[in-house]
Write a protein that binds this ligand. Structure first.
Ligand SMILES: [Fe+2]
Length: 300
């Protein structure tokens, strides 16, 4: 898919392609990036910016997932870009150990040998506190909306042109329909954050994967909420007896067509599934039981 730098509204632009990267022009030769996309997109991203005569003066991160963080440390070091991020995400992205703690099922040595993870570690220049509603980067003030859940301390960012960049707090309708198991670190907070965006009066909303939306946003919010809840119920229905998580993974493969073929995909599946199971335990929809010396999830 061809990528290009496209104007959205006044100084707010966006790099299009497999995912969307919002770009705010601070002047004719500098910009602030809202996330930096995947590691594999780095060369193309840098060329697109340089062809437009833009150097990154700042970066604001919505969250610390590898597909949003691929060039953040690189631009910080090469161009002196000031990196701002929410305090909870800054703690994760500061070290490879922090990233490992978030990904939990990946051995740290595996992460160290995979550039999509090993290139992430980055010290934030500016921390965004939990009660902070604005952040000023390279002289430009952006509104901050706290939308945790998809990631621990995920934020959405509103540019001075009133373009709301929601990162992964919302997914476009086709992307959401294609996702077998939408990821949420904290399922309950994720639903609350989706709902918190209802009624927003921003003239444009940019979704990282992959939509440029206009108001009203109610249908988009309904689609996100309904899909999350439908998949929650789908997973819950699989647990019809005390089951080990590996048995639930197998059942997912059979019923939902989630069939990992290599270890990394299986690790991702476990990482995606666990928050659903933990939320079900917290909500009282499942209970933890023992099968001899192994942990199982059981219907209530
Ligand atoms: Fe994400």
């Amino acid at each position: 898919m061809k990528s290009e730098l496209k104007q959205i509204r006044e100084n707010t632009w966006c790099i299009t392609g497999h995912q969307l990267i919002p770009v705010y022009k601070t002047d004719e030769s500098h910009c602030i990036l809202l996330d930096t996309g995947v590691r594999g997109f780095r060369d193309q991203l840098e060329i697109l910016l340089l062809q437009a005569g833009l150097k990154p003066a700042g970066i604001i991160q919505t969250h610390t997932h590898y597909d949003h963080f691929g060039s953040t440390a690189y631009f910080q070091e090469k161009y002196g870009a000031v990196v701002a991020m929410p305090i909870g995400e800054a703690e994760i992205s500061r070290t490879l150990a922090g990233i490992k703690s978030h990904l939990f099922v990946f051995p740290i040595g595996q992460l160290a040998h995979d550039p999509k993870y090993s290139d992430i570690p980055c010290r934030a220049d500016l921390l965004i506190e939990e009660d902070q509603t604005a952040v000023t980067v390279a002289g430009v003030t952006f509104e901050v909306l706290h939308t945790p859940g998809h990631a621990i301390d995920h934020i959405s960012i509103v540019t001075p042109d009133r373009v709301c960049c929601v990162g992964d707090a919302l997914f476009s309708e086709p992307v959401m329909a294609a996702m077998k198991l939408p990821y949420a670190f904290d399922f309950t907070k994720c639903l609350d954050s989706i709902e918190s965006l209802r009624g927003g009066d921003w003239p444009v909303m940019i979704l990282s994967h992959c939509g440029i939306e206009k108001p009203p946003y109610d249908h988009l919010i309904d689609v996100n909420r309904d899909r999350m809840l439908a998949q929650y119920r789908e997973v819950l229905s699989l647990v019809d007896r005390p089951m080990h998580s590996v048995e639930i993974c197998d059942a997912l493969g059979e019923k939902m067509g989630v069939c990992p073929s290599v270890p990394e995909k299986a690790q991702d599946l476990e990482r995606f599934l666990r928050p659903y199971l933990e939320c079900m335990v917290d909500r009282g929809d499942l209970r933890l039981v023992m099968d001899h010396h192994a942990l199982c999830y059981a219907p209530v």
